[in-house]
Design a protein around this ligand. Structure first.
Ligand code: HEM
Length: 296
């Protein structure tokens, strides 16, 4: 399977699409029965589709699942959990024998129902909303169908099955390492909070002049640590990895060191070397940040 980030990029699925879909959430929640109703009508009127279900209660059960899936489409969260849920739908469909053609037709019915709703309820920027809906439905169909095919190939190719298992284990391991990293960052953030507390205590106990700058530096580090934690959490959810935050930590640490060195009246050579380090890290930070923003 292609990574989720790559799939979203191929469909030009942007932050604007995400917020537009999220804006539609209350409307789609209100009209979800129209969408599921259209799908239900098609199922009970098409003999070959009806045959897939053992009984009427299984149709109703699947309609409830479709309802939750449809509402989640407008939740504004398109992360790894969302991606995994789509993969599971494809795998389940393969196991119960839902032909991919039926899935394509079902998506077509859902798309038509959404377009009807937009025309009935929205006057301004309809095209933009329809484009965003089309993108998310295409992405869904793409992932569900790909995971269906992958599941099918696994059935007759042992080599592919082994490769798939290997990739899966590496993915799980990588997620575990990310969690450990978040845990370690949380501990370090507590250590920086302690550092800030110590500085503030010294300010209160009279050493105002020397400590106020050190405290400022510690607060700066705390702020960057929080940014680092948020970046790691976003990465775990399938967001982009921002290397600039790590360079930011280095930059802020050297700035703090310079502040302390000035207060301690360290040698001029040492202070110049710190300023040179700030300049170099600053340039690297600016270049990396610029590249990240261009890629967005
Ligand atoms: C957009 C369309 C659809 C969505 C979002 C959808 C979603 C789902 C979900 C979430 C599940 C449960 C997966 C799991 O247990 O992990 C499921 C199962 C199932 N789906 Fe679909 N489905 C769709 C279309 C269809 C169609 C067109 C059919 C039949 C032709 C179908 C037949 C089934 C069946 C038989 C199951 C197994 C139910 C069970 O045994 O529990 N689905 N589907």
């Amino acid at each position: 399977m292609r990574p989720f980030k790559e799939i979203k990029a191929n469909y030009y699925f942007t932050k604007e699409d995400e917020s537009r879909l999220n804006e539609l959430r209350p409307l789609m929640e209100k009209r979800v029965d129209k969408v599921v109703g259209a799908l239900y009508q098609w199922i009970i009127q098409t003999e070959s589709v009806k045959k897939v279900f053992k009984n009427e209660s299984l149709i109703n059960h699947v309609m409830r699942l479709v309802k939750s899936w449809f509402i989640a489409l407008f939740a504004g969260r398109y992360d790894n959990y969302f991606y995994d849920s789509l993969i599971r739908i494809g795998q389940k469909h393969e196991r119960v024998g839902v032909d991919p053609h039926f899935m394509t037709r079902a998506m077509n019915i859902i798309r038509n129902a959404c377009v009807d709703i937009i025309y009935e309820e929205i006057e301004k920027d309809r095209e933009k909303y329809i484009i965003s809906i089309n993108k998310i439905l295409d992405i869904n169909l793409d992932i569900i169908t790909s995971s269906y095919l992958e599941e099918e190939i696994k059935g007759y190719s042992p080599a592919y099955k082994i490769r798939f298992q290997l990739v899966r284990y590496v993915e799980i391991f990588s997620q575990f390492v990310s969690l450990v990293l978040i845990f370690a960052l949380s501990i370090l953030t507590f250590a920086v909070i302690y550092l800030c507390g110590k500085d503030i205590y010294q300010i209160l106990s009279g050493k105002l002049e020397q400590t106020i700058i050190t405290a400022l530096g510690s607060v700066l580090i705390l702020w960057v640590m929080l940014e680092l934690l948020n970046t790691e959490i976003a990465h775990l959810r399938g967001g982009k990895f921002r290397i600039s935050v790590f360079i930011g930590v280095a930059l802020v640490t050297v700035i703090r060191e310079t502040m302390i060195a000035t207060l301690k009246h360290e040698t001029i050579e040492f202070i110049i070397s710190l300023i040179a380090a700030i300049l170099i890290i600053g340039i690297v930070y600016w270049l990396v940040k610029k590249t990240e923003e261009e890629k967005r």
